[in-house]
Design a protein around this ligand. Structure first.
Ligand code: DAH
Length: 342
């Protein structure tokens, strides 16, 4: 309180200095918590500005209303500035929080490593695609077969020398020699004819097994694809046409095919088929022939009404050829750096 100055004037001066001090304290508060902490000393009952009210009573009655209003306005101004600063600080804190917790949706991450189909599977699917486009459907049979499906039904009677073409792996199941790992996909012909009525246009890809020492061109496990067509009036010309259509569809224009006489117990006549590359060289691909009437009969197909052709060839060597792989064993070691080339 200023001595010697009339009370009203002194009160007004004190109110101004209290107000300035309060506004300075508000400006100094660096964050919401600091501002909230000073609120009681600026605007509370015990604050200097509120304290000035107690001096109103000592003023001349005529001076009181104006002085009271001035004090109220000072408090209101401090309150307004407080609220304004509070809003400012809250907005700043919200901005800081948003910035800190910002999600950058444009951020690029390395995609997770993606695998791929084995080169043999890719080759098998391409073959299936070509035959499906030619109107064939895909059939499957078991890899563990009965001796009857693998040999008997295909016209290899017990002791038949043609069985010696196959180094058969027998499975210890049932009576000795009754169960084996299929040596070719031809038993699927039997299973298809036994379960579906003709007309039949079917291919059957899958794994086959023969007792063989692994080297660059032989593996005891390999893949074949079998074809079987049974319909009315099917001739050797249809077989040659189907092989030729397949050859150009799979290998491309410039490739052709030929049939060479051969022998298989389950076809009559039988033929090997070769593919000629554009450079004129020949590639032996597989076996084929007209389905033997005894095979049709034993599978429940009437050979008087139906005739058919069949063919079968290896998938692994086809893949080697296409991709320039020179050792079959590389297809089985599962070395990722080798496989991811295809
Ligand atoms: N299954 C024979 C083999 O593995 C290949 C074969 C020859 C399949 C003639 C056929 C065929 O369907 O008609 O040696």
């Amino acid at each position: 309180m200023s001595a010697g100055v009339p009370d009203a004037v002194a009160l007004a001066a004190d109110a101004r200095s209290c107000t300035e001090a309060a506004l300075a304290a508000i400006a100094d508060a660096a964050d919401v918590a600091a501002l909230a902490a000073v609120r009681p000393e600026l605007l509370g009952k015990g604050s200097p500005l509120s304290g000035l009210r107690r001096r109103l009573g000592s003023l001349a009655p005529a001076a009181r209303p104006a002085a009271g209003r001035a004090l109220s306005e000072a408090l209101a101004a401090v309150e307004a500035r407080y609220t304004e600063r509070l809003d400012e600080l809250r907005a700043a804190e919200r901005r800081a929080q948003l910035e800190a917790e910002r999600l950058d949706l444009t951020e690029l991450h390395e995609p997770p490593p993606v695998g791929r189909l084995h080169v043999i599977t890719q080759t098998q699917r391409r073959l299936e695609d070509v035959f499906c486009a030619m109107g064939y459907t895909v059939a499957e049979g078991p890899e563990i077969e009965t001796e009857w499906h693998n040999f008997g039904a295909l016209n290899f009677p017990p002791g038949h020398p043609a069985r010696d073409m196959y180094d058969t792996l027998y499975v210890d199941h049932g009576s000795p020699g009754s169960t084996l790992l299929r040596t070719h996909t031809s038993p699927v012909q039997v299973r298809v004819m036994q379960t579906r009525p003709p007309p039949l246009y079917v291919v059957a890809p899958g794994r086959c097994y023969r007792q063989d020492t692994a080297d660059a061109t032989h593996m005891p496990v390999f893949h074949q694809i079998e074809g079987l067509v049974v319909d009315e009036g099917i001739t050797l010309g249809d077989l040659a046409g189907a092989i030729e259509t397949f050859t150009t569809a799979y290998f491309g224009p410039g490739f052709t095919s030929r049939l060479r006489p051969s022998y298989f117990p389950f076809t009559e006549p039988s033929a090997e088929f070769d593919v000629q590359r554009p450079d004129g060289t020949w590639l032996e691909l597989g076996g084929s022939g007209m389905v033997h009437p005894s095979v049709l009969e034993v599978c429940g197909v009437d050979p008087e009404r139906w005739s058919g052709f069949a063919f079968g060839f290896g998938i692994d060597r086809l893949a080697m050829l296409r991709y320039g792989i020179d050792d079959l064993r590389d297809l089985w070691t599962n070395d990722v750096s080798f496989l991811e080339q295809f």
